[in-house]
Design a protein around this ligand. Sequence first.
Ligand SMILES: Cc1ncc(COP(=O)(O)O)c(C=O)c1O
Length: 443
Amino acid sequence: MSASTETNQGGVGRRSLLRGAALAAPAAALLPAATPAAAAPRFDPHNWRSVRDQFLLTRQHAHFSAFMLASHPAPVRAAIASFREQLDSYPEQHQMGVADIGLGARSRAALAGYIGADPAEIALTDSTTMGIGLVYAGLRLRPGDEVVTTTHDFYSTYEALRLRRESDGVVVREVALYTDPAAARADQIVSRLLAAVTARTRVLALTWVHSSTGVKLPIRRIADAIAAVNADRDAEDRILICLDAVHGFAVEDVDVPALGVDFFMTATHKWLFGPRGTGFVWGTPAAWARLRTTIPSFSIPAFVGWLTGQPPVGAPGDLHSPGGYHSFEHRWALPEAVAFHQAVGRDRIVAYTHAQATQLKEGLATLPHVRLVTPRAPELSSGIVCCAIDGFGAEDAVTRLREEHRILAGTTPYRESYVRFGPSLVTTPQEVARVVRAVAALR
Ligand SMILES: Cc1ncc(COP(=O)(O)O)c(C=O)c1O
């Protein structure tokens, strides 16, 4: 059976697809702009109290784990509500999802502007884990090729690589980049990684900011060291640096291409406070060329390829965005999350967050019964602050902080678990001081 016969039986003809695609872009333009939520207080991006007021987060708590699963600020809630209403009342106006070609492109363009990259190099995903899964499942590797990862990465990287190893015998090796996180050193991290690289290494699977310890890797230095190794290699043998970037994205003030990595996988539902269930993968053109597609996209080039019986030819961001229908109201509200951050200013948000993290680390370091796990140096830390408290398991300490002090912190979901705080644009220096007092009282 030819592709076009199948198509006709399926009811989606080439002409209707192309007509839908043609409609998609104008549809995006015709949609009413997201209306501000009626109850949202006036937004003054220069006033931190006003920024905080855009969130429905409870007032009686200090939200130091808000970075893990985003609460939506008012403009994002309004955009989601508006799209949801359109989808609930008259889904056909979105051509049953074909409008995603235009509205998804709007989300990619907003992200591209935010990270300083080309939208064609951005594939939309639903989470960091989805991006990690797509990259590690799809990399073109030969039996015996090696992936070097670390003992500090999150479950998603570990499991994606375990699955890959099971499927085709790729060798995965783990290296410890530091022994005591608080005493981690950039030169040691780089030299331990380089020492683990062999002639068969094709991939470094890394995490920008370790959610286990708060250590931030010196990614640019690592990238420069690997570039020197790659200089003597043929293109297909070059080492690709693949980065789980979720706890650095929107909390570090750097354009993504300037990091020097090849793949950057993140969610937008953590430090960006974007719609839950959204994320992306960015890759360089050379890196995308080394990735097979795992999940069929619903892009124009992929459909045209199907209808014409040809391999799809198109932008990697189109071809690698997993297809199928999504929770579109969330995906399409991404530009409002980016605009919210840009209105406040990426540099201001990062400075505000880092200043609170520094204040918190300095405060915790004065407490004799507390062991700071996250390095104090800004080059090796970001927004996450982890510590251990004498006489308390992490879970018990978090419970006491919540129940006795209305401070919401988290525990690190690793074999060795610590108390974890994430100051952010929804916390304040006064609340940081409250955390230090509360931890001091934990005896
Ligand atoms: C380092 C790291 N990567 C990935 C994830 C998972 O992110 P997502 O929920 O976007 O898949 C987490 C925690 O949730 C994490 O700590």
